[in-house]
Ligand binder design. Structure first.
Ligand SMILES: [Zn+2]
Length: 303
């Protein structure tokens, strides 16, 4: 069975059917970047509880379906524009950046490329250096080329090693510069758009597999939580070498986010068996009368 990592997916928005489909398709590990929720938050406590969910309940929920869950911590660029709130979020971040399973500071960067976004992006680059974590950059959907270049300029200005920085949501216009400058180039596969699996295959054909990463960025919008395995299947069909498929849909994400010291292949290769009788804080994923899935001996030692 092939193994895949989806290094950008917002699982709090997804269903248990998605988790089951992802595991069945070979996804063994996921990274959930801290992002906005569609509805703008008005209180710092909402951020605190969201960050706690990423390292707590969602991590547990994923484990119940045989998927190892990691996350990134950060203040997203959209909400950086609420300056008084953003300042309070910055005070929370160092605490959460040090939690188990946090593999980067992100997703941070620019949305509308405002002054406030620039300020909090720079502060979070400094935080990443302080806590020795890689950075995940969200590039803007409007004015993408300029925003991508600026994101890298500023990262360099702050002394970030490009080998520790993943620039996300690339396209054909941005990929060359990102790779030439030594950054990692991630691509989000959006269903029913031009940046679909077909275009991804062409990019890997043209640029090879080095420092290229495929993700779904699936969230509460129209998106596909199994975009990574689907793209891998298309790559194979189109004659991309197996090693290139492995690098772009598995190994590259592990290599760069593994720099955190928080993500190891053994986390899934030696994962404890699924046990849906488990609870977290008294809460279970099971609803009245459902039969829990339990792999292996039920009486094994808990750790
Ligand atoms: Zn995202």
């Amino acid at each position: 069975m092939e193994m895949y990592i989806d290094p950008h997916i917002h699982l709090v928005s997804r269903t248990t059917d998605d988790y089951e489909a992802m595991r069945k398709a070979g996804i063994v590990a996921t990274i959930e970047p801290a992002f906005w929720l569609g509805q703008p938050r008005t209180e710092v406590g909402s951020f605190k509880d969201y960050f706690s969910t990423l390292v707590g309940w969602e991590r547990f929920r994923a484990s119940q379906f045989g998927i190892v869950h990691y996350c990134t911590m950060g203040l997203n660029s959209k909400e950086a524009n609420n300056v008084p709130l953003a300042e309070q979020v910055m005070e929370l971040l160092p605490l959460y950046a040090g939690k188990e399973g946090v593999v980067a500071i992100g997703e941070i960067g620019y949305d509308d490329q405002t002054e406030a976004e620039d300020r909090f992006y720079r502060l979070q680059l400094e935080l990443a250096k302080d806590v020795n974590l890689p950075v995940l950059i969200h590039t803007p959907h409007r004015d993408k080329k300029k925003g991508t270049t600026r994101s890298m300029d500023v990262a360099e200005e702050h002394g970030m090693d490009p080998g520790w920085v993943v620039v996300d949501h690339n396209n054909e216009e941005t990929v060359k510069e990102v790779l030439d400058r030594g950054f990692w180039a991630a691509f989000t596969i959006y269903p029913h758009t031009k940046m679909g699996s077909e275009r991804m295959v062409e990019i890997v054909k043209q640029y090879g597999p080095e420092r290229i990463i495929v993700n779904s960025a699936a969230d509460w919008g129209i998106s596909d939580p199994i975009a990574v395995p689907k793209t891998a299947a298309l790559m194979r069909k189109m004659g991309i070498p197996e090693e290139h498929v492995r690098l772009t849909t598995y190994q590259n994400a592990l290599t760069v986010f593994g720099l955190s010291g928080q993500m190891h292949e053994d986390d899934w290769l030696k994962a404890p068996p699924i046990d849906q009788t488990k609870k977290l804080g008294g809460n279970s994923i099971l609803r009245g009368g459902q039969v829990p899935r339990v792999e292996g001996p039920a009486d094994r030692v808990e750790n």
